[in-house]
Design a protein around this ligand. Structure first.
Ligand SMILES: Nc1nc2c(ncn2[C@@H]2O[C@H](COP(=O)(O)OP(=O)(O)OP(=O)(O)O)[C@@H](O)[C@H]2O)c(=O)[nH]1
Ligand SMILES: [Mg+2]
Length: 233
């Protein structure tokens, strides 16, 4: 079973070496990491290039400019499929997603098609988030869950594990989201296609190093894109 973990990066120089070390330290057989870097001004992409000699299973795609998390995942997924990956992960570079959870996902994906790391089921947790960020996340999930009628507690998380069949079926070129709404859209499409989705509890920790790219624009994109998803037939 070939596993690919796709990690988009933009200015993650303080995190990238550490996160790769933790992932490869797990010593999971045939585990590969693909970084999609948008020409980070801090040199993240160059650091990854130098780490390739240390980690033979490390791959990197360089894009010219910052073009959003959603489109970074789309090119990353396509590349992973070209490499004949069976299992594909989404994960952040900023330590919000703990590599220790990776084996939990791998256990669950045996019996499902898409496994979601969830902060909003029993056992799930969020560390160090301000009240405002918690409320936005809760409300966003409530809004999307009810409008799209999805029986899923955490639709906006970015720690996810797909069987390749899901990514082959959901038409990656037809996705409408550039930014973070990508998370909702991919899960919604997988659900519509009848794939089996399973949530597992994760502990999400606010980034300690580097800068957040979360913004009002991202929130607004999500509100109207969920609305469009609902009424696009
Ligand atoms: N290639 C690429 N990566 C991105 C882009 N925007 C965000 N990322 C990466 O996607 C991951 C998630 O982005 P974050 O900035 O941590 O967003 P977030 O987790 O919603 O926000 P925080 O609460 O600030 O952590 C990180 O690894 C980022 O470096 C982008 O436009 N292009
Ligand atoms: Mg983050």
């Amino acid at each position: 079973m070939k596993i690919f973990i796709v990690i988009p990066t933009y200015n993650e120089i303080n995190n990238i070496s550490g996160i790769l070390e933790k992932i490869f330290f797990l010593s999971i057989g045939n585990l590969n990491v693909l970084i999609v870097d948008d020409n980070s001004p801090d040199g993240t992409g160059k650091v990854v290039e130098t780490l390739k000699s240390k980690y033979p299973n490390l791959y990197v795609l360089h894009r010219q400019k910052k073009s959003g998390l959603g489109t970074a995942y789309v090119v990353g997924f396509k590349k992973a499929l070209e490499h004949n990956a069976d299992i594909i992960f989404e994960m952040d570079a900023d330590f919000s997603h703990n590599p220790h959870s990776i084996p939990d996902f791998l256990r669950e994906i045996k019996n499902s098609d898409l496994v979601l790391g969830s902060r909003y089921i029993v056992g799930g947790k969020i560390n160090n988030w301000k009240l405002a960020r918690r409320l936005i996340s809760r409300f966003g999930n409530f809004y999307a869950r009810n409008l799209l009628r999805l029986p899923i507690n955490d639709l906006t998380g970015g720690f996810k594990c797909y069987k390749k069949e899901v990514l082959e079926k959901i038409n990656l070129d037809g996705l409408s989201s550039q930014g973070y709404n990508f998370q909702i859209e991919t899960t919604y499409l997988a659900y519509q296609k009848g794939f089996k989705i399973k949530e597992i509890p994760i502990t999400f920790t606010e980034r300690a190093g580097g800068k957040s790219k979360f913004s009002l624009r991202i929130i607004l994109e999500s509100f109207y894109k969920v609305f469009l998803l609902k009424f696009r037939k």
